[in-house]
Each structure stands twice: as structure tokens, then as C-alpha cells.
Design a protein around this ligand. Structure first.
Ligand SMILES: Cc1cc2nc3c(=O)[nH]c(=O)nc-3n(C[C@H](O)[C@H](O)[C@H](O)COP(=O)(O)OP(=O)(O)OC[C@H]3O[C@@H](n4cnc5c(N)ncnc54)[C@H](O)[C@@H]3O)c2cc1C
Length: 241
């Protein structure tokens, strides 16, 4: 059973009409590695009786294990993100974690691709800020694809959160979530990057519909990838896939 942990909201900042940045302080060190996430328990329930618990990725450096930040996009009529957008300084939150297999392993190196779509940029930022990833940063390319410059986090915020040693950062627009052209567009971007040189490793976070096909493309290109190389935030791949 997941052990309940708690943290206090130290401050909040609106980074856009539907984006809240939360600065939190946990009551105990969390033991997370960048790329992982927590599951926040709103302590609310749906009319069906189901508890409203939602996953959010750590975006800050894992060298600091008590003070951390989350960035949350408000989803229209979404009870979990709506609850978080109602939090203010002084509020206590309950959560479990850390969870997730998307994090850098010690000793892995070589040219690395981190491709984030949409809100998946949070996991990418956490990953890039993992202490054990520092030596691989110079050979790393971060690509963040989202529908427009107004989507979720401002570009300048993302660039500031990326460690300065990171080899290259590209931010580009792609068709919005669910658009028929989205997956072909992202696959074309990946093909272009693969034609510029090989990657020793690749990681993806965000739209599950994109992740699933990119994993296939990377495998065909001979890059070793498994389910631990991708974290899907929504459009979850079917369990059997
Ligand atoms: C491992 C993991 C890490 C996550 N990290 C973050 C994070 O750091 N920041 C963050 O804002 N969210 C993150 N999410 C998404 C988050 O857990 C919730 O799904 C989201 O906040 C919506 O919850 P809700 O209760 O408001 O809406 P719900 O009623 O649960 O959601 C409505 C629908 O919207 C979908 N949805 C969720 N996010 C998006 C999106 N960006 N675009 C389109 N559809 C979406 C849901 O899958 C669902 O089908 C993460 C999800 C996972 C699985």
C-alpha cells in the first residue's frame, strides 16, 4: 500500500491563464530521481465514489529532496487540476510517491534525445535536472512540442529551468492534441533528428498517442527503448500494446 506523505504549499505563481506553479516543502525527504512523479490525493471523490488522485512530475533538481516544484495545467472541468488551482500558500497536500520508471540511470551516456509533448515537459525538466544526469547533459537534445507559444509553460520559463550544460534545446509548434496531423508531424521531426546522427538513448513524455509510435520508430532505428523510456500523461497506451 502507498504510504501517505505530506507537504505544505510555500507559494504559488500563475504562469499563464491555465498554468499554476507550486513551490512545496515536504515534511520528509522524498527520495525521488528527476523524471519521477508523485500522486496527489485531493481527498475529494467523484460522484461514483472514486477518489480523485492525480499524478504530477517533479520539475526541480533532485539534489533538493524536500523543497520542490510542480507545474499544473488546468484541464477544463477537470476535478484534480481544478483542486490544485484552488490551493494557496499555507495549504497542506497529501500524496504518495515517488513513482515512475522514467529517470536517468547512473552510467548511461552518449548522445541523448529527450522529446516532450504538451505537459510532458515537466517530466523532461525533472529528468534534465537529475543529479546523476549531469555528465550526459552536454550530449543531450531536448525537444518540446506543443500547440502554441501560449500552451502551458512560457518558453522562457522552460529555457531557464533547463540546466545550462544541456547541449541543445528546441521548442516548436505541432498540431493540437487529437489533431489527425499531429502524430505524422511529430514523427517527421523525429526522422529529421535521426538523419542528423544517431542517439545512444531516447526518452519521451507527454501525449501517449505520440509516445507509442515514437517508441516503435526509435526501435526500428536501432535505438534501445522499452516502456521505461516513455511516460504518458494522457491518451494512455492500451495495457496490451
Ligand atoms: C505520470 C504522469 C505525470 C503527470 N504530470 C503532470 C504535470 O506535471 N503537470 C500537469 O499539468 N499534468 C500532469 N499529468 C496529468 C495529470 O495527472 C492529470 O491527468 C491532469 O491534471 C487532469 O486531471 P483532472 O482531474 O483535472 O482532469 P480529468 O478529468 O482527470 O481529465 C480529463 C481528461 O484530460 C486528459 N488530460 C490530462 N492532461 C491533459 C493534457 N495536457 N492535454 C489533453 N488532455 C489531458 C485526461 O487524461 C483525461 O482524459 C501527469 C499525468 C501522469 C500520468
Amino acid at each position: 500500500m502507498a504510504i501517505a506523505k505530506s507537504a505544505r504549499v510555500m507559494s504559488t505563481e500563475r504562469l499563464g491563464p491555465d498554468t499554476l506553479l507550486l513551490d512545496l516543502c515536504a515534511t520528509e525527504p522524498l527520495g525521488f530521481v528527476g523524471g519521477q512523479y508523485l500522486i496527489l490525493d485531493s481527498r475529494l471523490t467523484l460522484p461514483s465514489g472514486k477518489a480523485i488522485k492525480r499524478a504530477y512530475s517533479f520539475i526541480t533538481n533532485d539534489a533538493e529532496q524536500r523543497r520542490f516544484q510542480l507545474a499544473v495545467k488546468r484541464i477544463p472541468n477537470g476535478p484534480g487540476s481544478g483542486f490544485i488551482h484552488g490551493l494557496s500558500a499555507g495549504a497542506a497536500i497529501s500524496f504518495s510517491g515517488p513513482w515512475g520508471k522514467l529517470f536517468p540511470r547512473k552510467g548511461e551516456s552518449g548522445r541523448t534525445l529527450i522529446l516532450a509533448t504538451d505537459t510532458g515537459i515537466t517530466a523532461a525538466l525533472g529528468f534534465l535536472n537529475a543529479t546523476c544526469f549531469a555528465s550526459a547533459l552536454s550530449q543531450t537534445l531536448l525537444i518540446w512540442l506543443r500547440a502554441s507559444a501560449e500552451y502551458f509553460l512560457p518558453d522562457e520559463f522552460v529555457r531557464r529551468q533547463v540546466p545550462s550544460a544541456c547541449g541543445d534545446v528546441r521548442i516548436a509548434a505541432v498540431p493540437e492534441v487529437g489533431h489527425l496531423d499531429r502524430v505524422p508531424h511529430v514523427r517527421a521531426i523525429l526522422r529529421q533528428e535521426l538523419s542528423r546522427g544517431e542517439f545512444a538513448q531516447a526518452f519521451m513524455a507527454g501525449d501517449g498517442a505520440v509516445n507509442q509510435l515514437l517508441l516503435d520508430d526509435l526501435a526500428v532505428a536501432g535505438i534501445p527503448v522499452g516502456n521505461e523510456n516513455a511516460e504518458s500523461f494522457f491518451n494512455m497506451p492500451k495495457k496490451s500494446a
